[in-house]
Design a binder for this molecule. Structure first.
Ligand code: NAP
Ligand code: MG
Length: 494
């Protein structure tokens, strides 16, 4: 029996397909719908409400009303905590349903959806729930005659616009701190993967989040996303997505009400390996996981492997071997290491980037093709290019797929220069037996997150985000609360 045939068939979950506005599931005002597709089969899954400006307006109005009457912002913080912690428990209890929905909608392996996506989503909601009643104000050190209180207040209506690679996690990293601070939220999930956000809305309501406080408006970026970005009554946008669309949100803000914008954008992580690494196999395994996990659809994917010339060929050989362990399989197979990429359109983009790499003269070591085409799904083989020129398209453009570019370097100074030489600044990694040298390199990386002798370590307690054109603002950790709140000074003459 093949591995693929061993897993039991799964019952299709029941999807929520309407928008969630003011505590009710409602179709788009226009009646329009778009089709959510299972990228592992190419088959339609559901027809989802396609919200536009009218629906976004209703959601923002509901969120505004809920904010102004203080049904959520005015609750005792410990009460918001209780409700958010319950929300997290409901997410954990719905693990199988949420994981299956995520996998069917965006193609990631079911085991990852369970153990990473659902877990990290619940963890984020619980963490910010727990934080709700631990945020203190300050008293400024003014003169004896004055009392100057510094309060931290919610902003009002927060729009969250999210991508499809970790649909639930990316959403929770934004809505959970926003809700913890007392804001109302309007979430616009990615067109490719709206189904889990709608399930989260039902769980939020079940947990006791009042009507109007948490709204979800599925729809197209140019319609629902733009309407949220341009809305005059939205106070802030938390955005994760491409650098290109991030630029739109800056314009939307400038063209409307100067709403705050926080941007988590693309990346092109440099994964630097010094000549003295003691265990090349361990590095090869980490490098392969760093680019092939989640089908390479990761903003922090270690997409540029920078290897010292002295070890490069040997390392490439081992990574090519490790790559085979990441060959995509049916995402419903609990042993699948990788699944489908998010859509046939995205698969074409990845294959076009591979063709561009070939045309530039890079050497294809493994992969480079679509696989499992007989399934009707969108799968790409783990791909490794060697001899990549640091200025080439392959080394500069974010591919967001399972494509690794290997670049040789001569000494760590040159490695840092190459690593920093992109428009992005999200992640970077350095591997070396010399911890002092590695930490000096870590300080010189222009990146928001740096890994030393590891890759993709993760915890909700650590800030996450980028510099340069990877954006600004940080998700995760207590610092995220700052994005969704503001300081108010209250003077009293004594
Ligand atoms: P995307 O195309 O930029 O879309 C992100 C979100 O913006 C989606 O909800 C999308 O809606 C919406 N959108 C698209 N066009 C819009 C417009 N003209 N106006 C307003 N909203 C618009 O990104 P993606 O393809 O979903 O995700 C991949 C990107 O996300 C990569 O660049 C990746 O690096 C980045 N990412 C960054 C991080 C991070 O933390 N830094 C994490 C994960 C992903 P539609 O889906 O309906 O078009
Ligand atoms: Mg998109």
């Amino acid at each position: 029996m093949t591995v693929a045939a061993r897993h039991a068939p799964v019952a299709a979950p029941i999807f929520r397909t309407d928008a969630f506005i003011n505590g009710r599931f409602v179709p788009a005002q226009s009646g329009r719908r778009f089709v959510a597709v299972n990228p592992a089969t190419g088959q339609p899954l559901a027809e989802v409400a396609s919200c536009d400006g009218k629906d976004v307006d209703l959601a923002v109005q509901a969120a505004r009303t809920a904010f102004e009457d203080r049904r959520w912002a005015g609750l005792k913080p410990s009460e918001r905590k209780r409700i958010l912690v319950k929300f997290a428990e409901l997410v954990r209890a719905a693990r199988e349903d949420l994981a299956l929905t995520e996998t069917l909608n965006m193609g990631k392996p079911i085991s990852d959806a369970r153990s990473i996506d659902v877990r990290a989503t619940a963890d984020a909601i619980a963490y910010y729930g727990e934080a709700a009643d631990k945020v203190y104000g300050e008293i400024a050190p003014t003169s004896d005659d004055n009392l100057a209180l510094i309060m931290r207040e919610p902003l009002g209506v927060v729009g969250c616009v999210t991508p499809w690679n970790f649909p639930m996690i990316m959403a929770a990293w934004k809505f959970a701190p926003a809700l913890a601070m007392g804001n109302s939220v309007v979430l616009k999930p990615a067109e490719e993967s709206p189904l889990t956000a709608l399930k989260l809305a039902a769980l939020a309501q079940e947990a006791g989040i009042p009507d109007g406080v948490f709204n979800v408006v599925p729809g197209l970026g140019e319609e629902a996303g733009a309407a949220l970005g341009l809305h005059p009554d939205v106070d802030a946008i938390g955005f994760t997505g491409s650098t290109e669309v991030g630029r739109y949100f800056m314009r939307y803000s400038a063209d409307s009400n100067l709403k705050r914008v926080a941007l988590e954008l693309g990346g092109k992580t440099g994964f630097v390996v010094a000549h003295d690494v003691p265990d090349l196999d361990a590095v090869a395994e980490a490098a392969a996981a760093g680019i092939f996990f989640n089908q390479g659809e990761m903003c922090t994917a270690g997409s540029r492997l920078l290897a010292d010339w002295r070890i490069k060929d040997e390392l490439v050989e081992r990574i090519a071997a490790a790559a085979q362990k990441w060959m995509p399989d049916d995402p419903l197979n609990p042993e699948a290491p990788a699944g489908a990429v998010v859509s046939a359109v995205h698969q074409k983009r990845i294959l076009a980037a591979i063709d561009e790499g070939l045309a530039e003269g890079a050497r294809l070591v493994v992969g480079g093709t679509a696989v499992r085409e007989e399934t009707g799904g969108a799968f790409v083989a783990p791909t490794v290019f060697d001899g990549v020129e640091p200025h080439s398209a392959l080394a500069q453009k974010e591919i967001f797929g399972p494509v690794l570019s290997v670049i040789g370097f001569d000494g760590l100074d040159q490695a840092v220069e190459i690593a920093n030489n992109t428009v992005y600044g999200l992640g970077a990694a350095v591997w070396s037996a010399d911890l002092g040298a590695a930490h000096k390199v870590a300080r010189r990386f222009k990146a928001g997150v740096v890994y030393v002798n590891c890759f993709d370590a993760d915890d909700i307690t650590t800030p996450f985000g980028g510099v340069k054109q990877s954006g600004f603002g940080r998700d995760k950790s207590l610092h995220a609360l700052e994005k969704y709140s503001d300081l108010k000074t209250i003077w009293t003459r004594l």
